[in-house]
Design a protein around this ligand. Sequence first.
Ligand SMILES: CC/C=C\CC(=O)SCCNC(=O)CCNC(=O)[C@H](O)C(C)(C)COP(=O)(O)OP(=O)(O)OC[C@H]1O[C@@H](n2cnc3c(N)ncnc32)[C@H](O)[C@@H]1OP(=O)(O)O
Length: 719
Amino acid sequence: MAEYNRVSECVGLITLRNPPVNALSAAVRQGIVDTVQRALSDPNVKSVVICGQNGIFCGGADIKEFRSNMTGPPLIPMIHAIESANKPVVAAIEGSALGGGLELALGCHYRIAHSKARLGLPEVSLGLLPAAGGSQRLPRLIGVPAALNLITTGRHVTAAEALQLGIVDQVTDHNTVAAAVKFALSVAGRSLDPRRISTHPCPQQPDLDALFEEVMQKVRQSARGAIAPIACVQAVRAAATLPYAQGMERERELMATLFTSGQARALQYCFFAERAVGRWRMPSGARWDTSKPRPVHKAAVIGLGTMGRGITVALAQTGLSVIAVETQEKQLMEAKQAISGMLERGAKGRGVAPALDGVIYSQNIQAVADVDLVIEAVFEDIALKTKVFQQLSAVCKPGTLLCTNTSALDVDQLASETPNPELVVGMHFFAPAHVMKLLEVVYGPRSSPQAVATAMQLGKKMGKASVAVGNCRGFVGNRMLKPYIEEAFFLLEEGATPELVDQALEEFGFPMGVFRMSDLSGLDVGWRVRKGDGLVEPGTASGRSARIRQGRRYSPLGDLLCEEGRFGQKTGRGWYQYDKPGSRVARFDPWLHSFLGAYRAQHGLVARRIDHQEVLERCLYALINEGFHILDDGIAAGPEDIDVIYVSGYGWPRHRGGPMFYANMVGLAKVLERLEHYQQLHPEVPHLQPSSLLRRLVASGSPPIHKWGEAIKKLHSQL
Ligand SMILES: CC/C=C\CC(=O)SCCNC(=O)CCNC(=O)[C@H](O)C(C)(C)COP(=O)(O)OP(=O)(O)OC[C@H]1O[C@@H](n2cnc3c(N)ncnc32)[C@H](O)[C@@H]1OP(=O)(O)O
């Protein structure tokens, strides 16, 4: 797990070997301890180089070991032994040096990095802090403000930035190990005292208290209830104010609390879930590893409204050549200007040239004749989309993949209107499409595995968290959102206020509660859908019957606001009021509160006191319950798919792992009991009726989430 060689006669070369990322497993740590000892005791060795195999230095501690009884030598004494060595030790950093990997490098006396390497302490994103001395050494090396930035955000820096910050001593474009060996030879015999970071004091920083207060305030605000960023600030404060040994003790105490926390479990679950969704599978048995994607060199986007523009930018930024089609000349010109602006801003942020030449604009759908893949992004209307698909089928070369960007329409219905339904998949982007991480790749019963593989691969290229899901109303994300929003409306009828509901959800960790979010996205969006579903009736009806539609409880509150022209931020009025249309600061609106009072009186409803607990249970458990239906229906292959969708696209707090992980943490029996309780109180609300899968999982002893897949298979085979 760590290989030892002597090179250039007097340099001991230690190579970490643990594919794919040379994580510091027990065996690797043991290997390092043994090989360092060997190099230090060999009188022929004057200096030592540590590198990683296959172009990657080290991806940090082995995260998989965190949930087991950890064995093998601990990291801290291992790094101390390197730092206190009497021969220079040089880290040769290629690929990544992250977490424990960078902490190992900080224990070395010198660091040489390849220009393409990335370095960072991302422990905070796993609910931890750099507790192998990283929180104490980094501030001593680069100063408190820069260390706070890196440790509390977990961001990775390029080799160039690492050099500028003083994390590395040299950057090379050539063979990093060769450069490190040469460097190691040049420093052999020099005094190592100034190179032992733990012996340095932190660089002086004026007004330390004010700095920490300011950073702590910022971190608390952005953490939305996550505890690791706060512990990171506390650990760096210890580095800045205490001697090294005491700082290490503080680091250890803070880590002990984080390590066993539910948040760390949730965040580490998210890390693996994001990778697991790439290993997609369909109910037909088709899978990621047996389905070969088609090459996509040229793509097209049809319809350049908000979504089409974002999709064009996301595609062009991957280096693809894109044909962007909009039939109206004025809209085409406006879109061209907007897309160029987005590409320029994006390129500036990434320090690269904008891919302006990668996009060709056209008013004519014939321009897409030779593309490999088309994404249709016209208005959300099945008749219009069907017409576009028929045109595309006539125009495109054989084998072109036809994708529809839709948030709710029936992908299978669209596919059935084309001669090659196997080439059709949905690609549900989220606005703004070039920014938002989530992509739902929707397959119908006739979509070919190759079409799914191609869309998934393209999503990955665009940097999206791409999740393959089955075709149903609302797919996964929006289908689960419906009962969540409905419960929020019902709570208003029963006595809650938008402020109360939003506060409960925001304290839980959502960036915005349901009503602030509805004001942002526009109340008219849901209104249009409900009209299409035949649910909206004139607002004069009163009494209980006005609130039962299509045989189930219905709240017309959202419709009534729309009838008043209150569409949210864009009209300056919605569930809240705004200074002017388009402004973003939501304010209490006395009109809304007297409207709610009058509405309750008209419908004979008596307002009661509702607390945060009830808001969370009704909104979140209704959403989770729909998640169980989705799993039972085979629309999502596993709980990870649902959780990645909610964390990457719907603002579910990452430190709570996603709705299905949260249900697992709360306890399935408790979720079931609360759903049953609310269902008894509200028998006319079908989404509070516990899903049969939830019941069956509880009956089978509530297996932990990583065993749900197995349990579901077993339960289905018993049906
Ligand atoms: C006392 C505590 C001291 C230290 C604490 C730590 O060090 S915590 C760990 C800190 N390190 C990280 O957070 C890095 C995590 N890894 C990454 O960011 C990326 O994997 C990386 C290294 C940039 C490589 O990215 P790439 O896109 O090339 O590969 P991918 O992410 O798909 O990973 C490939 C497979 O490796 C598994 N893996 C990655 N890192 C670790 C790790 N640190 N421990 C265990 N396993 C790791 C990853 O899960 C992938 O496997 P798969 O089977 O596909 O899930």
